[in-house]
Design a protein around this ligand. Structure first.
Ligand SMILES: [Zn+2]
Length: 244
């Protein structure tokens, strides 16, 4: 799609050190703010973007999706709206979500040229945030999920995401059709569940690109909140409709 730019960052290529080495893009970490700002500018410049063109949200593991209708300047950290997804049809306004294991999902409607960026942790996945993103796109821009494409980025894989059985059971009782006759034992494949939810919402199988990369397994390339026991950096998922 020549009118769209999209990317998932890795942890390489930045200036942070220690547990944040090197491309920590998360503002709400124990890293030096000046280094995070420098890293963010470096990452945004790859896309020809400056920080004031980049929008984010205060992620709260919910299902709320924010619609960006105006090209106003991006609010500073403390003033960010609480949500776990963003939608826009405005070219030149970059949408970002922050990650270190949770699933980044980008959804694109090529008919109406609308883009969504979603942060889907286990709570957001269970709450069906991808449905909410598609419903929001439908209500605001007449998006039909059958037209949409999606990219699911690096996230903690089933290999490393051991969880209490009660959590698995929550998913199994909500969407038994996503699983076999028995719930999986003590593990969840959050990226795969989001792919299956996008399919349920009406996206074609061939229109969903799943990275299939585990952030916890690949220490050299990714931060992992769970692997690093909370003291780690953050990656960004970014999507922007190009300005003509
Ligand atoms: Zn793994």
């Amino acid at each position: 799609m020549p009118w769209l730019t999209q990317g998932f960052s890795t942890r390489t290529g930045g200036c942070s050190t220690g547990p944040y080495a090197t491309l920590n893009l998360g503002l709400a970490t124990g890293d030096l703010p000046s280094r995070v700002a420098a890293n963010r500018e470096r990452f945004f410049s790859v896309f020809g973007l400056t920080p004031e063109k980049v929008r984010g949200v205060k992620q709260v593991h919910g299902r709320k999706v924010l619609v960006i209708r105006e090209k106003e300047a991006a609010p500073a950290g403390a003033e960010l709206a609480e949500a776990d997804g963003l939608v826009t049809a405005l070219p030149g306004v970059a949408l970002t979500t922050v990650h270190a294991d949770c699933v980044p999902v980008i959804i694109v409607d090529p008919v109406h040229r609308v883009v969504a960026a979603v942060h889907a942790g286990w709570r957001g996945t269970l709450a069906g945030i991808v449905f909410n993103a598609l419903e929001t796109m439908g209500a605001e821009y007449q998006t039909d999920p059958a037209d949409c494409w999606a990219a699911i980025g690096p996230a903690i894989g089933e290999c490393c995401y051991r969880v209490p059985q009660e959590r698995v059971d929550l998913f199994y009782s909500r969407w038994p059709d996503l699983f076999g006759p028995e719930p999986p034992a003590g593990r969840l494949d959050l990226a795969g569940i989001n792919r299956d939810l996008l399919r349920k919402a009406g996206l074609s199988k061939g229109n969903i690109d799943l990275a299939g990369v585990c952030t916890s397994c690949r220490r050299e390339e990714f931060f992992s909140y769970r692997r690093d026991q909370g003291e780690t950096g953050r990656m960004l998922s970014l999507a922007v409709l190009k300005e003509r």
